[in-house]
Ligand binder design. Sequence first.
Ligand code: ZN
Length: 110
Amino acid sequence: MRRPPRIITCVCCGQQGPSQGRGLIRACYQRHRSTGVLDRFPMLGKPPVQAGKAAREARLARLEDYADLLAWGASWKEAAARVGVCRRTAERYNAALRTLESESPERKSA
Ligand SMILES: [Zn+2]
């Protein structure tokens, strides 16, 4: 469940708008993120760890399901449809799985 954004005064330009994080309004947050200078604006307060963790676990579970379907001989299109993700996400999964394969079975430990 997502709360509606608070209306704040942006720390960078003083304009009022919906809060996106780091004391920035949405337009500024996205502008700073796209230009790569978001780090200039420190995060305020604690991040909502639990929410992020749950989403990450759900994503990981979907990726595992997707990998299983592929292992069972499904095409990536079938696997994507079964897991309920779009083509774009399936491509990310494919890339993630390739990365995992290249790192496994044993990571270099020195
Ligand atoms: Zn601003």
